[in-house]
Design a protein around this ligand. Sequence first.
Ligand code: PEP
Ligand code: MG
Length: 598
Amino acid sequence: MSKRVKKELKEEHWKGLGVSDGVVVGRVLRVHSGTQQVYRAKLDEMDMRREVRRLRAAVRLSRRQLLAIRTRAEKELGVAHSYIFDAHLLMLEDNKLIGEIEEFILKERANAEWAVKVVGDKLLAVYAAIKDDYLRERGSDIEDVTQRILVALSGGHPSYKNLIEDAVLVAEDLLPSTVAELDYTKVRGMAMDNGGWTSHTAIIARGLGIPAVVGLRDLSRRARTGDPIIVDADKGAVVLHPSARTTDFYRSQKISQESRTSVAAEKFHGPVRTLDGVDVRLRANIELPAEFVGVAKFGAEGVGLYRSEFLLSQRGPMPSEEEQCEAYKEVARIGGDAGATVRLFDLGGEKISGAFGDAERNPALGLRAIRFSLRWEKVLRLQARSILRAAAFGKLSIVLPMISDLTDVRRARSIIEEERVKLESEGKRAGTVKVGAMIEVPSAVFVADKIAREVDFFSLGTNDLVQYLLAVDRGNDDVAEWFRSLHPAVLQSIKRTLDAARDAEIPAVVCGEMAATPAYAVILLGLGATDFSMTASSLPRVRQTVSQIKYEDAREIAEKSLECATADDVEELVRERLGAKWPQLFPAQSLPAKKSKV
Ligand code: PEP
Ligand code: MG
């Protein structure tokens, strides 16, 4: 590349959502979603049967390709990931979908390509209208399958064999089977225009343990294969055409991060204790089966939070009692002796399913979580029964989301109790479950002492606590700079909640994203938290941090933080004090950035 061209490539910064951990310095591999151009042809009467046969042959070819991909995915990504391709295979084997395409060919005398496109687009439109993020993102499965059939119709096979070393995949969105066809040994990171925390790209990136940032709007239009790129998943940032200075900075950060991870890798299991002997529990938050393997792998002490609404998304509008029961049994099995906490469906807000009502004007303050379950009592009863039955096979607790008033706790508890009695009268086995409350709404903090007397434990949801306390939408990028986890009001609320739990002698698990950030975990510990739950892959770094600090020192820093007037002051203090006390753990650049989102 000539000097002139180099000069023209100015460093560009992009902000998105980091959906996994880590930093990568690599080169762009632009992956096109491969949208085939499809034209309409009018067939002669006599050609229509042949066209249907052509479609069936393409479907068979696609099926063979998918079976091969699934086998490969199973081998290279683990069984937990191959279920994505089961969904694709099911679509190909779905007589209704293929039947509809065939019917379109015959009725409209259309060529197979056109029929596939029209029927596929119709289905896509249905998915696009779904309000549930997870389900809407499953629209990419339809796109993927449609695309595969179209390529098969043209006699081709999608291929991305010519991967460059240190490839950072850049695309509008990554179709799952494209991911499966890639050579993972060379894929170092992902940067996508679209996608969310629950998209396949995010799931697979986390499963592979590679940095990924999504929601980058039009990055893919600016990036060319071979362009230097940096993906900083920790900060949700991407730098295109980085300067030598920026590259050096990130390379040093990457090395310090790798050395931290490799030290941690040797210490994944066993008790976690501060240098001055305070025991700390580290549990896992889980949502999807793909994450289940991480619980044992990273030595989590059971499951601190199972976000059960992801079960709903995977299995359609409302899974049956049997289906739910099986799922909770599996979660209990994953939790093992330490147990697992199932959170009642945290539906509503951005997660609401269209089947349960119209869009709300202000969903975060609407019929969400426990309010949703109390309004749709049948849903709550079904879930309670399923959990109680599963609890006969393993150690399970229930946590009630978005509690704002003790009355909600009482109502939910009495319904759960009624279901237990009912199960017993039906001669069905029900296990004992502890019932806890999520403390994530400011009003609950104020009456935490009262709530603590009527629940078995607290789960501190710092994500929502920050959102509601500071009146800042946690999903809106425009107000991200106001989302301050270290705001003194947040710290005081956490302290108050932990004190209430301690006085009532009940456990309090901190399960929001704050717990997964080492510097914040230190402050949480200093405020009195000794029980954390987080994405399993974050456990090693928190484990390492906790085992190399003194509780007394953390307490001293936390107490000073409580006296600060602004979030800036707390961040400044934390940056200074942690860096000075534990330079080996907190090199300047690894401290949470100013105005960090979590
Ligand atoms: C939280 O609010 O911090 C939490 C743990 O739950 P969620 O992120 O699912 O709202
Ligand atoms: Mg929450």
